[in-house]
Ligand binder design. Structure first.
Ligand SMILES: *Cc1c(COP(=O)(O)O)cnc(C)c1O
Length: 459
């Protein structure tokens, strides 16, 4: 297999995360308290999140935030991750384009999510927190957090959506192997869970419901904090280690990307690879680079959503976030890329999208698996169903280069591997997978719910 890796020693692990909020020409709109519609302060977040992450969330001053040595120590488990020139894929496509990918699948959790899990667990530990909690749908965030908690000696409680708990037993065992306590949600362990089960004892659960249970546990248990694996500014901040390393590795390769591509769920792996390159676009005279988010057609918030204030969760417990959204009660089809089934795009990405710094494409489920399978056969790595979307967008661009006879340089992020998703590949190989089309009328219905929250708010 023809491949070329660009490796850096551990000493090149970045020493600071890049905080794009400090340098964006148009700052994002404030996050609002839903009751008063007044902007939130970071201290309003302290009861739920650790203080360091709450402060990072609203920090618009410091472009660089030091990575604690204790976090860099843990990053050494798997960082610096390889940057790879995908000769095999180029050849399979017959494209003159140069394709590179940053391989985040080498993390022991199998995805980029560990980059933020380790940071969040560390800050909790430092502030005297003993227990952390979260929700998980497909189980990737839960797995990463379980390992991070173990690294810093914290107890970890994960509420896993009940249907996933039953359908994805290996994700549950990964979390349990790392020592976490996994509860199917809804559960009888919280008020929120009991209320739901009283009405419907057979309810299969939802992310919104699992979030409510995790937040309730965090706010009612001493020394317990809640954590989130995507969407929020501090999570995107922690992920910038991906792009900061990639920037140096592209220099080793002697090339500069024309395009940077990543799949898009809440936006954390996209931010991670894109922001360190995107920051140069804020300067006059910078060479134009394209930044492409690949989202599933079944959950098209960037390509078909509306920019307005909405809740971050289905149940409406979070503050109001200014973002591209499909409406907080939008119910995406049950595609295999579970990590991309989120109704909104993070606040920073939404503002950058609105200001024209990034673009988005939507990808059907079958096209994503077709691209993922081609990648597996030409590069020897089976990608996560989420990552298949980034690969599909890359294939589209590489084929455009072929038609035009253009030698462009494409960099994409391989956010994770698909070893725990082989059921999905089975279905693809057997021809049992389908595409999902959402009608404009259906989208309008769920977006209208969000419209109602925006009465009296100026965008
Ligand atoms: C969670 C996940 C995603 C989507 O989340 P983002 O915050 O948008 O990055 C993508 N790929 C993998 C492998 C994931 O686990």
């Amino acid at each position: 297999m023809e491949q070329k890796k660009f490796l850096l020693p551990e000493s090149e692990i970045p020493t600071a995360w890049y905080n794009i909020q400090a340098e964006m020409p148009n700052k994002p709109l404030p996050i609002l308290n839903p009751a008063t519609k007044k902007p939130l302060k970071s201290s309003d977040l302290y009861p739920i999140f650790n203080q360091a992450c709450s402060d990072q969330e609203l920090d618009r001053e410091h472009a660089w935030i030091e990575i604690p040595e204790e976090v860099r120590e843990q990053y050494r488990m798997y960082r610096v991750t390889p940057l790879v020139r995908a000769f095999g894929l180029e050849k399979a496509l017959g494209t003159p384009a140069h394709i590179y990918f940053k391989n985040e699948s080498v993390s022991p959790a199998g995805s980029h999510k560990l980059n933020s899990a380790l940071a969040q667990a560390y800050f909790c530990k430092k502030e005297g927190v003993t227990n952390i909690t979260t929700e998980t749908g497909a189980g990737q965030w839960g797995g990463a957090l379980s390992l991070a908690a173990k690294m810093y000696g914290l107890e970890c409680a994960v509420y896993m959506v009940k249907i996933s708990f039953e359908q994805k037993p290996y994700r549950r065992s990964i979390m349990q192997t790392f020592g976490a306590n996994v509860t199917p949600s809804p559960s009888m362990s919280t008020r929120a869970g009991k209320d739901i089960l009283t009405v419907d004892p057979n309810y299969g659960g939802s992310l919104g419901c699992a979030i409510s249970e995790a937040i309730e546990l965090a706010t009612t248990t001493p020394n317990c904090k809640y954590t989130l694996g995507s969407v929020l500014n501090h999570v995107c901040l922690h992920q910038t280690v991906i792009g900061l390393e990639a920037e140096k590795q592209m220099q080793l390769a002697g090339e500069e990307p024309d395009m940077v591509i990543a799949c898009f769920g809440g936006g954390s792996n996209f931010s991670g690879i894109a922001y360190p390159f995107l920051r140069h676009q804020f300067k006059k005279g910078a060479k134009k680079m394209r930044f492409i988010a690949a989202e599933p057609s079944a959950c098209p918030k960037l390509t078909r959503g509306k920019f307005e204030y909405d809740f971050g969760d289905e149940a409406g417990y979070t503050p109001l976030l200014p973002m591209y959204t499909l409406g907080h009660d939008f119910k995406p089809a049950n595609i295999h890329a579970g990590g991309l089934r989120y109704h909104g795009a993070g606040v920073l990405m939404s503002q950058l999208m609105k200001d024209g710094y990034m673009e988005a494409v939507d990808i059907d489920q079958l096209e994503s698996f077709q691209a993922g399978t081609l990648f597996a056969r030409s590069e020897g790595i089976i990608p996560a169903p989420e990552s298949c979307h980034a690969i599909a967008a890359t294939v589209r661009e590489a084929l455009k280069c072929k038609v035009a006879g253009e030698k462009k340089t494409i960099l994409f992020n391989l956010s994770g591997h698909g070893f725990v998703d082989m059921g999905a590949y089975d279905q693809y190989i057997n021809g049992d997978l389908q595409n999902y089309h959402i009608s404009d009328a259906d989208l309008e219905k769920s977006i209208k719910e969000a419209d109602a929250l925006n009465v009296g708010i100026k965008l």
